[in-house]
Write a protein that binds this ligand. Structure first.
Ligand SMILES: NC(=O)c1ccc[n+]([C@@H]2O[C@H](COP(=O)([O-])OP(=O)(O)OC[C@H]3O[C@@H](n4cnc5c(N)ncnc54)[C@H](OP(=O)(O)O)[C@@H]3O)[C@@H](O)[C@H]2O)c1
Length: 284
């Protein structure tokens, strides 16, 4: 992710700051797949993975009510119960509007077993509700102490500016990977200008960049990704063909395609940050 500051945690993880000044590990952990969003899901493994990630210096844990209707929030809450002070908890409201948000935050806090969340995102911009109205309601949740900072997910530049004018946006979360570099065009510039942290989701393009998904049959019958165009028919064949040079480099280096994809992406993001800011700690 990009933020305004580079430091190292005790576990030697680089840190970034959210727009409200909260320091977080530069690598976050998403708890979507643990709740079976793609296929299967395993709560116990999810809790163990969260504990391991916290030990390695990850602090930002990302969940949403939509991930298994509270199942993901439930396992995140269970995982941090005895280590709340080490985690920065982000969750998301599925829709906008004051009435919906008032109820959604209480449901999320109930699933998490917490009295507040550190970052509350609007998961998708609600076309039925002006963003100003939604941000006003988010500001009320901050004033009520239920939410520390507000984020947006999948918002465009104009919406980000309008939202930020009502209440500071601490983080923007959208998809960003070697396969999906659109944010560089118009989102990273606006987050940088407004001092908003940028959180990249699906850095392996929902698993495509692991090289393990070569045909639709590599996905379980219930896997949600079967509905996603990049995993279908000719699109998938085209995307798998694009992986060939990465796979060849990974073989030559004796690492997995996923490892090389993530490492290359970190270096790429570093280069982008450095080009813009003139300073950025080299990835380790
Ligand atoms: N705001 C939004 O709208 C939004 C949308 C999507 C995601 N997100 C957030 O972003 C997080 C990450 O998204 P994502 O799960 O799509 O990320 P991703 O890393 O692009 O894809 C995850 C997939 O890659 C596989 N994988 C991950 N690391 C691997 C490795 N080292 N070697 C082999 N396979 C590996 C996983 O396999 P296994 O299942 O076997 O581990 C899983 O199938 C989510 O948990 C969620 O918090 C947010």
């Amino acid at each position: 992710m990009t933020g305004t500051d580079d430091r190292m945690t005790e576990a030697h993880m680089e840190t970034r700051t959210l727009g409200d000044g909260t320091p977080v590990g530069a690598i976050a952990l998403g708890a979507m797949a643990f709740a079976g969003f793609y296929a299967g899901g395993d709560d116990e493994e999810g809790v163990r993975a969260i504990h391991r990630a916290l030990d390695l210096g990850v602090t930002l844990l990302d969940t949403a009510e939509a991930y298994g209707q509270g199942r993901s929030e439930g396992l995140v809450g269970r995982a941090v119960r005895d280590r709340r002070d080490r985690a920065v908890i982000a969750t998301k409201a599925s829709r906008g509007g004051p009435a919906y948000l008032r109820e959604a935050i209480d449901r999320s806090l109930g699933h998490l077993g917490l009295d507040h969340v550190d970052l509350y995102y609007l998961h998708r911009v609600d076309p039925e509700v002006p963003i100003e109205e939604t941000m006003g309601a988010m500001a009320d949740l901050v004033a009520a102490g239920k939410v520390r900072a507000v984020g947006l997910s999948e918002a465009g530049p104009d919406t980000i500016r309008r939202a930020h004018a009502v209440h500071p946006v601490a983080a923007l979360q959208t998809e960003y990977s070697l396969f999906h570099r659109d944010p560089e065009r118009d989102l990273l510039p606006v987050t940088r200008e407004l001092g908003i942290a940028y959180v990249a989701y699906s850095p392996l393009s929902r698993g495509l960049l692991t090289g393990r998904i070569r045909g639709e049959d590599d996905l379980d019958a219930g896997d949600w990704r079967r509905q996603v165009p990049r995993f279908q028919g000719a699109n998938l064949a085209h995307n798998v063909a694009l992986l060939a040079p990465l796979e060849e480099m990974a073989r030559a280096k004796g690492v997995s395609t996923a490892t090389l994809a993530l490492a290359s992406f970190r270096w790429w993001a570093w280069a982008v940050r450095r080009a813009w800011t003139g300073r950025s700690r080299r990835p380790t």
